[in-house]
Design a protein around this ligand. Structure first.
Ligand code: SAH
Length: 289
């Protein structure tokens, strides 16, 4: 993959240009609502043989609540069933090309069904985004894994920032991959929903913030990684400035047609940008509601 050298401020073309060979058609992600997406996957996904479980141990963070061996039998069997489907989800994500064992182990640990409203929880482990209210979605498992893998790039992550907490799922996964996680959400009821969803997991290294993520968190910066879970036409300048030198920011960029970008800060006033793959995210919006 070819890097584009850029000097701050990044010109729009440097974060929207693709690295495809001339003449190759753009891989366009079909804009689809989470509901359509879920319905499609449910229709085609059921009755498929379960993929083999992914190898490797699951990480355990300090303070992460586990169901005690003394939990009631019904609760234990529900837990075992959710662990089996989660392993299948992770195996599928691995087959889609995510190789980072730390990311896969984190995905295997976080109970995705706890982040989805009960009426949809049967679909919690299919590879689709799902509605979480307020016209927002929980991201597709593959894209969550892919973004974290791209941000981590095999390195150790100290402090990371997520823009767009939504229901809190990706923030929970991040908490098993990084030392300290900060996540910002601009819609108050979703910020509250994420707090409610995350409370039983008792994750001690995650801080949720209600606010406009386009401004980042200058009081906590610099970050060893930044992920945007919503797509803007360009990456906000404040976030580029809050990236530690050598760190990666991963973000969907675009409108109807979007691509995942990885921006690396290579110096005080220097960033490089790579285009990864087509994607489809909800829009990044300024301000709070
Ligand atoms: N991280 C989520 C996906 C959330 S969807 C997951 O775990 O699956 C994207 C979220 O970004 C929405 O909740 C939306 O409200 C939020 N968002 C959009 N613009 C934002 C901004 N400027 N600051 C913070 N959050 C924003």
């Amino acid at each position: 993959m070819k890097d584009q050298r850029s000097t701050f401020p990044l010109p729009l073309s440097s974060v929207t240009g693709t690295t495809r060979k001339p003449g190759t058609p753009a891989p366009v992600a079909t804009p689809q609502t989470a509901t359509q997406n879920a319905a499609r996957t449910a229709a085609h996904g059921q009755g498929r043989p379960a993929p083999p479980p992914a190898p490797g141990p699951s990480p355990r963070a300090p303070g992460y609540a586990q169901a005690a061996p003394s939990a009631p039998a019904a609760q234990r069997s529900e837990l075992a069933a959710s662990e089996a489907v989660r392993r299948a989800m992770v195996a599928r994500v691995a087959r889609q090309g995510v190789l980072d064992p730390k990311v896969l182990a984190a995905m295997e640990t976080v109970p995705r069904h706890l982040f989805i409203e009960p009426a949809l929880s049967a679909q919690a482990y299919i590879d689709a985004s799902l509605p979480i209210g307020h016209n927002q979605t929980i991201s597709q498992p593959y894209i969550v894994a892919r973004m974290i893998e791209a941000m981590r790039a095999g390195g150790q992550l100290g402090r990371v920032l997520e823009i767009g907490t939504g229901c809190g799922y990706q923030a929970a996964v991040l908490s098993f991959v990084a030392k300290e996680v900060y996540s910002i959400e601009r819609i108050k009821p979703l910020h509250e929903l994420a707090k409610t969803n995350l409370r039983p997991l008792r994750i001690s290294n995650l801080r949720l913030q209600y606010g406009d993520g386009m401004l980042g968190m200058p009081q906590v910066a610099p970050f060893d990684g930044i992920i945007l879970a919503a797509a803007g036409l360009e990456v906000p300048r404040a976030l580029l400035e809050q990236l530690a030198i050598g760190a990666h920011l991963v973000a969907p960029v675009g409108g109807q047609v979007q691509h995942l970008h990885r921006i690396t800060r290579t110096g005080k006033s220097e960033w490089t940008s790579e285009t990864l793959e087509a994607c489809h995210f909800v829009p990044l919006r300024p301000g709070t509601v």
